[in-house]
Design a protein around this ligand. Sequence first.
Ligand SMILES: Cc1cc2nc3c(=O)[nH]c(=O)nc-3n(C[C@H](O)[C@H](O)[C@H](O)COP(=O)(O)O)c2cc1C
Length: 370
Amino acid sequence: MKRIKHLTMLLAAMLLSACSSNNEPKAETTGQQRDLGSTLVVYYSFSGDCSNIVGTLTQLITADVARVEPVQDGVDYAANNYKAGADLINAINAAPNDAGNYPSIKNVDKDVNGYDHVIIVTPLWHSHMAAPMQAYLFQNAAKLAGKQVAMIVSSYSSSIGGVVSDATRLLPDATFTTDALWINNSNRSRTASLLNQWLDNINFTQSSMNNEKITVTVGDRKFIATLKQNATAQAFRNMLPMTLPMSELNGNEKYYYLDSSLPTQASSPGTIHAGDIMLYGASCVVLFYDTFSTSYSYTPIGHIDNPAGLREALGTGGVTVAFERISTGIDRVAADTQTGSDSATYTIDGRRVAKPGHGIYVQNGKKIVR
Ligand SMILES: Cc1cc2nc3c(=O)[nH]c(=O)nc-3n(C[C@H](O)[C@H](O)[C@H](O)COP(=O)(O)O)c2cc1C
């Protein structure tokens, strides 16, 4: 009974707040804009709150903006205790892999393919991501794979865990670089300062950092892994080279507790894949050599590109695993040239060589054949 009364009060308050908003982006601050690299802000807004957030956000960063809009104009999602919105959310939840369960949305004029980073700004509906934004992410999941993504969620008062789960379900191959920012009716008046603090942690890396590779060496087997584009992978990368005496667990993973903590943004991946390199808690590096379902949460660090033979190489007990950066030889040679330091020689895949034999190398930023 108490719960029903609370829900009715929440809905009444939400209705009032919806009526008092308008639907055009409204800027709240002025000043120097941050350059986050090539960034698209994608937003949906029914009653104007997300429009206002985007208005403030675009005062703080340089970014293009795209608005998601349902094909069906004029639907009042808030009418009858938010019934139309609830019906859309229930339909998606009944079968989230069925494209027919998402509402039709108009074409979005900016193609997300052209951007390295995406900021999603969405309302919360019934503890989930608003249905039109879900439709956009469902349709664009392939384009968003491998991109760095951050999210801002606006609600009246409900917390945003369900929206974060929707985002990771809809974009399994995107990298969420920081925790989603939650703006609600209690902190909305501080939107500009909340955005500023959040932007400090957003950790979008420039595209030159995309798809950075490392080697994972076990005995005489060398595997290539691609690092995720998140703060955890960056911190891990900065610790390399590192040779870890890893312990065996459950016939599917090797793990090692580091002395120091790394940044975390853990969520349950649902499925672990052989070759995944994950962080468990804040300091446990885990290398998985089997594919299986999990309910545990991890922060992804990277993935071995081709894990064939990984299980055999790792064996059944404790094992020593070396993680090393593959230096981006061409960048480094360019840097050496600028400082006039040396004319080191690098292989095409970026390894520095002291005594090059016959072959193609990079020296002073140029390819040379010896
Ligand atoms: C269909 C619908 C369902 C909603 N469900 C909730 C809810 O469960 N909890 C909550 O705190 N707010 C809920 N809200 C309120 C919105 O999340 C909130 O007002 C948000 O700031 C709206 O963003 P917008 O103005 O950009 O559309 C709902 C709003 C709508 C339209």
